[in-house]
Design a protein around this ligand. Structure first.
Ligand code: IFM
Length: 527
């Protein structure tokens, strides 16, 4: 489809969305799932791996001049220095210091020691021709107990970091909150406590006041559905609370916080642009039955749009079987106005797809889930939760990463074009895309991680196709700059384009990192 037709169809779909409310967004969902049906063993040859993109699409993919090639990381996963220079304890410090929570009893106490080694890491970004570095800030480093005066040493650290990124000719992109909450705020009830919205806005205002003269690109939250649902709905992340109502309250506070934080950033920095870093997955209906199509639309509303529709329109998307459960959320008059802050650009991650089916007629076993930030689902055909009544599967037709996630590059095209259609062709940034493979240095000191090169090549080819069809994508951030602390999986997964020896902190750029550096220099994928 050419750009004009794509944009025309976006406006028709988006216009319909405004007139008819959100439920008809089912019409815009990816086509129903077509299970891979191998006829013979040759269907599994390298040229015909389920989900793979043809080599010709990789050869012909081109990115526009000025495209922002980037890499991403997050404070708790890379910084270490957990109790240095006045930093307070965070929820993840408390969680990892409790035996039995993390694989191998690993902690982020040292992680990649980026707090002390950020210059070395920025030199890697520069060497690899990067144009954008997405990092996050530790709230407990700035306000050790989450409220009150700022800790100047914390501000000084991020100020030095931003200066070093700019000096390298790279755009700093700050995610304000990537899951590490001051423990003192968790002790006051955590995100279900509505007061956190204004504490968070104060934190945003302080950051923008001190860094906003140089830093212009802000995302308030990383993957808000994940930390609210995992932390308060199913209890696999700190503080390990459970209950769908508790999740709804936490998510509503975060929606308020997003709106209040947005205004605080803009008030403190006239140069600020505010977008997002949502986790998203294209939802393919399991069959073409109306029930499964509606269930996939509920997944999309709950997992992809729950913090986006609220910002853009001040209202919740149609994620529920019944009416919006306002009472359970502690929704108050005027909250629509607080939440509504049309974002300047939309950032979202893509890792893998979901297959969704209706579960309204099957018995509800209560919420469940697993560790891992991109993993969800449950045994049997029961509903994931009582109010969306969907059954979510993580398919395994395509090849799997070492973290067990299916590689499905077309999901990138489907998701980017779907969001473009639904939100009037906004400016998009891919805030994360990546894979865990455990390759390590060989005898010659190289890390030959061909599978990671192939992963990024294929996803980027699909991103280039979406751009060719009219999507306004301006940036792509590979997750991650360096191998790092992978939450409950500790150091057992490696997402980095740079290998880290966690005993010595020695960095070795993997073959994928060197390849990605050439891509960034040429805007081509076959380099
Ligand atoms: O490491 C995480 C990151 O913190 C959030 N997005 C997914 C990544 C890989 O699981």
């Amino acid at each position: 489809m050419d750009r004009r037709n794509f944009v025309k169809s976006s406006l028709v779909t988006a216009g319909g969305a405004i007139l008819a409310g959100h439920s008809r967004s089912a019409n815009a969902l990816p086509a129903p799932h077509q299970p891979f049906a191998p006829q013979s063993a040759s269907d599994y040859t390298p040229d015909h791996i389920p989900g793979a993109i043809p080599a010709s699409a990789i050869d012909s993919a081109r990115f526009p001049d000025g495209f922002l090639w980037g890499m991403a990381s997050a404070a708790y996963q890379v910084e270490g220095a957990w109790n240095i220079d006045g930093k307070g304890e965070s929820n993840w410090d408390r969680f990892t210091h409790t035996i039995g929570k993390i694989k191998g009893s690993d902690t982020g106490d040292v992680a990649c020691d980026q707090y002390h080694r950020f210059k070395e890491d920025i030199a890697i970004l520069k060497r690899l021709n990067q144009k954008s570095y997405r990092f996050s800030t530790s709230w407990a480093r700035i306000q050790p107990t989450g409220t009150g005066p700022v800790n100047q040493k914390g501000i000084d650290h991020y100020s030095r970091l931003v200066d070093a990124i700019l000096e390298a000719g790279i755009r700093p992109f700050c995610t304000i909150y990537h899951w590490d909450l001051p423990q003192a705020l968790e002790d006051r009830g955590g995100w279900p406590n509505r007061d956190l919205a204004s504490y968070y806005a104060d934190f945003c205002g302080a950051l923008a006041k001190h860094l906003g003269d140089r830093l212009t690109v802000w995302a308030p939250f990383n993957m808000p559905w994940t930390f609210t649902y995992y932390g308060y709905g199913i209890g696999v992340f700190p503080p390990q609370k459970t209950g769908f109502d508790r999740f709804l309250r936490a998510a509503h506070t975060v929606n308020l916080a997003q709106g209040m934080g947005f205004r605080a950033i803009k008030a403190a920095s006239s140069k600020a642009t505010v977008g997002s870093a949502y986790g998203m997955a294209p939802a393919y209906p399991k069959t073409n039955s109306p029930a499964d199509i509606a269930a996939a639309a509920r997944y999309h509303a709950m997992n992809n749009l729950y913090f986006l529709t609220t910002a853009m329109y001040g209202k919740y998307p149609d994620a529920f079987i019944g009416p919006v459960p306002y009472a359970a959320m502690d929704y108050r008059p005027g909250d629509d106005k607080i939440m509504k802050v049309p974002l300047d650009w939309l950032g979202f991650h893509y890792y893998t797809r979901r297959i969704v089916s209706d579960a309204t007629s099957t018995c509800v076993s209560g919420p469940s889930g697993h560790f891992g930030t991109e993993t969800e689902g449950e045994g049997g055909a029961s509903a994931r939760d009582p109010l969306t009544q969907i059954h979510v599967e993580m398919p395994t037709e395509g090849p799997l990463t070492d973290a067990g996630l299916e590689i499905w590059p077309t999901g990138m095209y489907d998701l980017v074009t779907q969001i473009s259609r639904e939100f009037h062709n906004p400016i998009i940034e891919i805030s994360e895309n990546g894979c865990s493979f455990l390759d390590s240095p060989d005898d010659t000191g190289h890390v030959p991680d061909q599978r990671r090169i192939r992963f990024h090549q294929q996803h980027l080819a699909e991103l280039a196709r979406a751009i060719r069809d009219g999507a306004r994508v301006r940036a792509y951030h590979a997750w991650s700059l360096v191998d790092n602390f992978e939450w409950a999986d500790g150091y057992t997964q490696r997402y980095g384009l740079t290998y880290v020896n966690f005993r010595t902190q020695k960095r070795t750029i993997k073959d994928s990192g060197l390849w990605y550096g050439r891509v960034a220099a040429s805007n081509h994928l076959r380099v």
